[in-house]
Design a protein around this ligand. Sequence first.
Ligand code: ATP
Ligand code: MG
Length: 362
Amino acid sequence: MAKIILTGDRPTGRLHVGHYVGSLKRRVELQNSGEFDKIYIMIADAQALTDNADNPDKVRENIIEVALDYLACGLDPSKSTIFIQSMIPELTELTFYYMNLVTVSRLQRNPTVKNEIKMRNFEASIPVGFFNYPISQAADITAFKATVVPVGEDQMPMIEQTKEIVHKFNSVYGEALVDPQILLPDNEACLRLPGIDGKAKMSKSLGNCIYLAEEPEEIKKKVMSMYTDPDHIKITDPGKLEGNTVFTYLDAFSKPEHFERYLPEYANLDELKAHYTKGGLGDVKVKKFLNNVIQEELEPIRNRRKEYQKDIAYVYDVLKKGSEEAEKVAAQTLSDVKAAMRINYFDDEELIARHIEKYKEQ
Ligand code: ATP
Ligand code: MG
């Protein structure tokens, strides 16, 4: 079976380092591994509209931002198909049929949706489209017959929902859909990178992000203001690692060679952690080190982004060509789905012949 990747992001803002460690970096590695037959990267504008219906401009303006971030990180249009969700109407049609295979109570139990409803204060007024987005996500994944979906941990319930739809569809109508596997980051800190406030996952909606395209000064300011251990007041105080955002970020970003370059008194992160928990190591020193590490990672991304910014017409062309290619694939799947459901009336010679037969005598 072909190895196919589908993943994507909502164009609700620029991409941040949570996206990077949770999914984007992995995608680029998978793309360059040459192990996959096809890679589809979707800018999920239709999904973004489910909770931004009154603000289509926000979505419209951010498609280019996400595309620039993709190219800056190393997604390569000659290896990956980058496309815009709403350009593929087949996805909406698939969603419509899958909706019949899912109960309202099943959607209500989805922990990510529950949490997002709370975050958006939607309790009494959930848009039907938003409530339905796990089903539309199943359409996105299955339309491309994706076998692997590299995403952050918050997407686990979505992949579960997709798998249920696939199993249900295949058992009711016959094997037409491919069962996808989730691919989570293997580094635990990257599963759900917290925001700089340490409160929850870094998320555009919460405004607690370090953006990939951010300028060095801004990054530094954010790193220096990051949440640490509130009880670690004096340098001599022993510090706590649990819930300490700075150390979570170091878990996500730092490599032994960073120590050689920026903090040679420590051989590795374990030594730094040991000193911090024992006492005698100040937050400022750790933050300065983290700043160096993040700056090193983001600098080439920012520079590449600036190059692509000079040729926006090219970026739109990439999206247009990608969308055209993606639509062909989704159209084939929709045709398979309709054939499996036997709602492909005009192609169904047996149906037409039988009906001719039925009324022949009259
Ligand atoms: P929004 O607030 O609009 O939902 P978001 O910041 O949650 O935006 P999405 O576009 O919903 O971003 O997520 C895109 C991808 O990035 C998903 O695969 C998601 O799992 C991953 N991701 C987002 N935030 C993080 C994070 N903080 N840590 C790890 N992965 C993340
Ligand atoms: Mg999200």
